[in-house]
Design a protein around this ligand. Sequence first.
Ligand code: ADP
Ligand code: MG
Length: 615
Amino acid sequence: MSDIIHLLSDSVANQIAAGEVIQRPASVVKELVENAIDAGATKILIHVKDAGRTLIQVSDNGKGMSPTDARMAFERHATSKINDAGDLFSIRTMGFRGEALASIASVADVEMKTKSENDEIGTFIHISGSELISQEATATTSGTTFCVKNLFYNVPARRKFLKTNATEIRHIMNEIQRVALANPSISFSLYHNDSPIYDLPADNLKKRIVHIFGNSIGNNLVPIEVETSIAHIKGFIGDPKMSRRSFGEQFFFVNGRYMKHPFFHKAIMQGYEKIMPRELVPAYFINFTVEASSIDINIHPTKTEIKFENESAVWQLLQAAVREGLGKFNVIPSIDFDQEGSIDIPLLTKSPHDISMPQVRIDPTYNPFQHDKSVQVSSRGFSNHPEKTDAENWEKLYGEPRQNETPFADTENEQSSFLSHDENTPVESGRNLLQIKNKYILTPVKSGLMVIDQRRAHQRILFEQFMVTLTNEEGYCQQLLFPQTIELNHADAVLFETMMPDLNAIGFDIREFGPGTYIINGTPGFIDDTNVKHIIETAFAQYKESNGNIKDETKEKLATSLAIASSISYGQTLTSEEAGSLIDSLFACQTPNYSPTGKPVIEIIKLDEMEKRFK
Ligand code: ADP
Ligand code: MG
């Protein structure tokens, strides 16, 4: 038998390597920008066209290359950054595998102009699909410019795998954010199809954060810092009030390089545990400076996950730094529910002029002897919270409403817009509730007037119910009399099928009914089933929008989407029982103060605030 084993040609070997290093336009941007930083650049300019599909151009004012180095740079395992294996343990530069340029040149058309400061004349090189097309001397300024054109022109499978321009440019922006935050003293500009996206002057870290994320975040950061022999931890953490549901403003760096570190992320989350709704994530920008030999940056091919030698010691340091930083916000007492006495919930931020007069609606058909409570709206499970429906919970928290002190005393019945206020219902007695604009529920509390956003309150209640059923997978299903169908295009169908098992686990009965067609046979008892198709479609749209890449958040995303899609809306008149049970269920929730998307549900207009207005 003849021999069948042979060595791969360089261009094939490079393409295989490229598969690992170059996944999308953003990977090219990352590699080129990191090289520019390693070359000592202080100014880096990035131009992309069509989200990097047709052009990625990166120019720097770094040290440039000699004509020989310029050619060598494109060889595999060609690097100026390590000489022997020992260097691997003390590497401080960005790239070190000598693979990036070879990989890029194997899957694109690459032109490079470079000149080192000491040389009179520069070098121009054109390489396409690993093949040298031309190399010539050229006049150019010191530094290096790469032009990467038609990425993946010779790898159709990769090209097809690319997402929409919006997604690809998002990835590019993420890469730029990471390097720009790690290197605030270097100026960066990013242009997409000739419009500027970032124009970041060299500055300190705080100003860099503001340039990227805006003033609102910059005004809500406190510095943290600890220095020990193990590590020097320095950076900023965000005000818990500014926290959001989604990831996006969380950055760790180690020795000036972006890293992901789920374990350290947990250390921060624990620091915020009691002062922020569980679904939110605070902003943070933290750099760890450690001995290069005490970390292993090579455990992951794209090198963002990093292993620390003293992980648990660093964890402790980090957590201490975060706790100390949080102390500076003075926020801990303000939303700590275990605290005695009055609770300091942020006041309405609106100016006094924005607060409209309560609207009084009188129902001429109101008949106090008629005990029909379902005229206005069917009660949708406000009070079937699985754990606790302790009506006194909220009163304990916010101070008991004291009837004799409130302007809504006995005559309140006629003033309120609640249509079937029934004095015989024990739950209602002593409770002053007023719905205004069919949007807010008002009630006096010890420290003033509590205002509850009815829609957000209902979202919070439903969210927690959905989370419980999703976690226990104990959904109860009610069959629909008239099953409904949903039709989806191919891409949506793929995503919908990832959502379906969870939907069915909470009590929906949805099945595939031919390609792209799904039939809803049943729903969980506690949602409005006249609207089921709309609820599923809205929930799916929400789900699609929030579809990041954090898998374990799927249940929360689904619960949020469903809660938003099936909550009562503004403009919905509530009976007083409904409002009462809405409030009870709200205060039986774990996190009543915030909607599942992190918006405030409850505001308190304080007595002294009112007094001020009457001065
Ligand atoms: P690595 O960065 O891992 O060394 P690369 O393939 O990214 O490998 O680059 C190969 C070499 O080309 C680098 O080691 C460096 O010497 C040189 N080089 C690449 N980009 C630049 C640049 N912008 N300025 C100066 N030299 C560069
Ligand atoms: Mg490199």
